[in-house]
Design a protein around this ligand. Sequence first.
Ligand code: NAD
Length: 357
Amino acid sequence: MKLNIAVLDGDGIGPEICRGAVTVLERVGEKFGHEFEFKHYPIGGCAIDECGDPLPEKTVEGCLKSDSVLLGAVGGYKWDDLPGDMRPEKGLLRIRRAMGLYSNIRPAKLWKGLANASPLKHELVKDGIEIIIVRELTGGIYFGERGRGSDENGDYAWDTERYSVKEIERITRIACELAVKRSKKLVSVDKANVLESSRLWRKTVHEYCAKNYPQIEVKDVLVDNMAMQIVKDPAQFDVVVTSNMFGDILSDEAAQITGSIGMLASSSLGDTKRGLYEPIHGSAPDIAGQDKANPVATILAAAMMLRDSFDLTAEYAAIEIAVQKTIDEGLRTADIMEEGKQLVGCSRMSELIAQKI
Ligand code: NAD
């Protein structure tokens, strides 16, 4: 396959971790006979410095012309005092909108060999866990009508949770596409015992799956119970689909139980195969430029791109196996370092993973 990948390095550790991911993709290309062309575009603080805009037009054009997009991270001390619209993070919101992305997929994976990093008891996580939370990203209470008012009891404020059948169906499709490639089990999280919007969510998810993905088994879990189950028995979950606000909260909880932010990737997808793939962490300005960053989250984001944008499942698996091998051999970046293991930097870790493909 010949593939054109837009790379948005961004700020802080962004360029180092993207370089690591490109090293691994190049190796995948050699091994599996693909030709990757990487084109770099500015986003975030460096784009403000270069073009006066956190998302320059050339970046949007480059992303829309590409087959898929890899992003490092944006932000840093230098731009902290800029006004809202000029903040580096605005570039992220705008690129998601420009690419029509309405889902966020976050796998919270605890790797075998890294169970000590988890705050949970060893017996709960000893075999590793992987919860993939598919979060609706452009609807619900974060985007609904809101306001403030005043009555005889004083000031009040309100926000609205609103979902259409179309919005629920399209996020369900993305979750189902993942579930069919994995356990064929889908958990849908809502609050249907209280919220009308959740009752429509639940009905729509079931009807859509029954009609389009009858091979998938769908189970409903109430959001309060889900928050409990993630810490009580996380290994029971595989693919989980939920609304914007519930997904926001649950994906942070699930990430936390893996204990290592430098190992977690995420993707945003819309109606096309072109997605935005990135680590969940930020630009880590405290360690930028020191070759200390863990590149694995970005390498796994690149692996997700191969699987979810290009259907290259064997290539995805090859990267996952290479990462597991480096862990098994005791190689660690500083953030996941333990006694008796071997400390390596960002570029060395990337090379070692690439060599194992
Ligand atoms: P952060 O994720 O950048 O860092 C939190 C802590 O985790 C730091 O101690 C950092 O050194 C460490 N860390 C993060 N990634 C690491 C990695 N790959 N390897 C090793 N250690 C790692 O969060 P923050 O400090 O709150 O934010 C820093 C900047 O990043 C801010 O400007 C923030 O706005 C921005 N940010 C960007 C994104 C994004 O681009 N998607 C997400 C979150 C924060």
